[in-house]
Design a protein around this ligand. Structure first.
Ligand code: FAD
Ligand code: UDP
Length: 373
């Protein structure tokens, strides 16, 4: 029987470990350098009984029936659909920018004129990334595009990435397109929600499999990996190769938590501050599972540069330089036998949870030529 090592107990590692253990009945050792499982999805109930997402709020959403079905083995979800508000010129309004935002921030007559022009040009319910939306001939629509770019994207993106919207892969700002509709939801996926008992519970269930041995506070660099027949590596691919081609860049995040002696702090889970302050957004956790407490806990999200040994990797930075460097590491990776890279760090891809899970499932299917329904 093959011996498997999985590096990382986030979704990518936990899913591949579970599949090896369950579908192949093979032994798997999972290590993680953190003191807990679940990677960036780690959550816990604090002293107030509020479920806190330690590394930022995580909303599950997917179009993939396969991923949804897979996760439902381990948890039920509520029907939470994420809505984000933003403070624009002192007005609390809807993000992504949509027709409701239009009427919140402009006088009615101007909003009406802009709405008519938008409907003449775009199909109702379509979604247009801001960098495309800027290509307008009409003066009114040009004004609107500049307004949205300046008030929602420019300063937020500079805070988040240290780059202008046009210095980063266009797919990044395209995650939050302009909506030509009154749909205020941040995601439109068929399946959305928050796991009823939290994310960590999902990982506990996956990793408690009889064939899985878990070792926390264990860094790959400190173990003897030669005794394993296969290695699944969900850490950063440049770290695996001792940075011999140079370092891949990441953004890190610093969440500053605050507790208030009042039931609620803001109107919803997430309020963005595109133009004000140094933080990008503020999250209030008790809304997710409707936790009852006289107190409330919020986190202000400050983005910062990732520096080795100082903070953690949160976001790969998708630009030309990093894409080129990643391609070179991938080339080296492909020459290795029985070492597989996956995950947000291993693949250096801006995966949401569902994409990380799907990648792990598909890698398993490919290696072992097994099709999971
Ligand atoms: P990770 O969760 O990062 O897990 C990798 C694990 O590997 C870590 O536990 C790490 O400690 C371990 N590791 C790394 N190197 C080593 C080593 N050398 N030795 C041992 N262990 C090691 N997705 C959504 O779908 N919805 C959301 O709302 C959402 N919100 C997010 C908000 C923020 C602020 C961030 C940063 C991400 C968000 N995501 C969201 C994305 C989500 O967190 C990722 O898709 C998911 O965590 C990826 O899982 P992973 O296992 O690939 O990586
Ligand atoms: N963005 C922005 N203003 C906002 C929200 C998003 O400029 O109010 C841009 C920003 O560049 C951000 C990207 O859109 O990094 C993707 O946003 P998303 O909320 O999907 O990022 P995540 O939740 O992954 O941090």
């Amino acid at each position: 029987m093959s011996k498997n090592l999985v590096v990382g107990a986030g979704f990518s590692g936990a899913v591949i470990a579970f599949l090896l253990a369950e579908k192949l009945n093979e032994k798997v050792t999972v290590i993680d350098k953190k003191e807990h499982i679940a990677g960036n999805c780690f959550d816990y109930r604090d002293a107030n009984g509020i479920m806190i997402h330690k590394y930022g709020p995580h909303i599950f959403h997917t179009e993939s029936e396969k991923v949804w079905k897979f996760l439902k083995q381990f948890t039920d979800f509520n029907t939470y659909m994420h809505k984000v508000y933003g403070i624009i010129d002192g007005i609390e309004t809807h993000i992504p920018f949509n027709f409701n935002t239009l009427y919140d921030v402009f006088p009615h007559t101007l909003a009406k004129r802009l709405e008519e022009k938008l409907l003449a040009k775009f199909e109702y319910n379509s979604k247009v990334p801001i960098l495309e939306f800027q290509k307008q001939d009409d003066d009114d629509l040009k004004f609107l595009a500049n307004y949205i770019y300046e008030k929602i994207f420019l300063h937020y993106t500079t805070k988040q990435w240290g780059l202008n919207p046009d210095e980063i892969d266009s797919a990044v700002t395209a995650r939050v397109p302009v909506y030509l509709s009154r749909d205020d939801r941040y995601f439109q996926d068929k399946y959305q929600g928050i796991p009823l008992e939290g994310y960590t519970k999902i990982f506990e269930k996956m990793l408690s499999h009889k064939n899985i041995k878990l070792k926390l506070k264990t860094d790959f660099k400190n173990i003897n990996s030669s005794k394993y027949d296969r290695i699944f590596f969900t850490g950063s691919i440049d770290e695996f190769f001792n940075y011999d081609l140079g370092q891949l860049q990441y953004r890190s995040v610093n969440f500053k938590f605050e507790t208030y002696n009042k039931p609620y702090y803001q109107s919803s889970v997430s309020v963005n501050y595109p133009c004000n302050y140094d933080f990008t957004r503020v999250h209030e956790y008790k809304y997710f599972l409707d936790d009852k407490s006289d107190k409330t806990v919020i986190a202000k999200e400050y983005s910062e540069l990732f520096e080795l040994g100082k903070n953690d990797r949160y976001y790969p930075i998708p630009n030309d330089k990093n894409t080129e460097l990643y391609a070179k590491y991938l080339e080296k990776a492909q020459k290795l036998n029985n070492v597989y890279f996956l995950g947000r760090l291993g693949d250096y891809k801006y995966y949401n949870m569902d994409k990380a899970i799907l990648r792990a499932i598909e890698l398993f299917e490919k290696i072992f030529d097994i099709r999971l329904d």
